[in-house]
Design a protein around this ligand. Sequence first.
Ligand SMILES: Cc1cc2nc3c(=O)[nH]c(=O)nc-3n(C[C@H](O)[C@H](O)[C@H](O)COP(=O)(O)O)c2cc1C
Length: 301
Amino acid sequence: MAKNILVTYYTQTGQLEEIVKNLTKPFWENQEEFKVTYYQIKPKKDFPFPWPSDVFYNTFPESYLQIPVELEMPSEEILNKDYDLIIFGYQVWFLTPSIPIISFLKSDFAPKLLSGKPLITVSGTRNMWMLSQEKLKVYFKELNIKLVGNIALVDRHDNYTSVITILNWLQTGNKVSPKPFPKAGVSDEEINSASKFGEIILPFAKSENYEGMQAVLVKNGAVEIRPFLIKVEKVGNRLFTVFSKVIHKNPNKRKFWVGVYKFYLMLAIWVISPIVLILFNLTTPIFWWKRKNQIKYYQGI
Ligand SMILES: Cc1cc2nc3c(=O)[nH]c(=O)nc-3n(C[C@H](O)[C@H](O)[C@H](O)COP(=O)(O)O)c2cc1C
């Protein structure tokens, strides 16, 4: 009997949709053995794209605090199937899985679709997804989901170039940046070649035994880890925790505090993080093994 694959995702720009559709191409080309169902997560009141600047920063507290919004129900057809594998597409908003993704995991219907199933995460982010993956693992555990693989596609340009191009993309809707900057987001080449990961997954899905799959995915470029970014994410999470709580507790002064957060974010990206990068590079010999272990951990599942 054909195996059922459920592909869940949210997307604003279409980038993640392109990634998951290309990735699952080998499955829908093999219709005798696999039936692929796509479930696009839809908030009842969706977030804007392109983002007006004030709405963008104003989304930070609820995003970071993982406060869900209401979603449209998936169709009966999606709900009434029993799936053999879940391909779980997500993006990161403010170092946290995006609000639509969290809303899905907290929804009443998530257990029906996901509980007890093997699941592969597929993300399309700027470059900071590592601690979001850890946040997802908490939900996966609660839902008794078995994480069997992870593919993390990112913008491979340096951290500063990708900040400039992504902010331009998100606020103008234009993925192509003004010269001399490169195109924002995950490269076209990586998006187009995502089907190679589907080819890798296919035989494991056939045998329903995923042992050893993550190592093959990593060997083929599914997860690149830059230890400096883990450091930035850890520091960022500490400060975001403080900011999100202050903003949430002071609704009357929300506009002021969101403004302070925006100022802090720019300072952190353009002033603090270059200093941290220099210190980080200088201490490489001391923390050599710690960082090697970090790479191994975050490349794993
Ligand atoms: C509000 C917001 C915050 C974001 N924060 C991050 C972030 O913290 N780390 C990161 O790597 N990418 C971040 N991104 C980029 C997204 O993860 C994603 O790559 C981009 O929005 C395209 O997503 P799409 O799948 O909706 O088309 C952010 C995007 C938005 C809209």
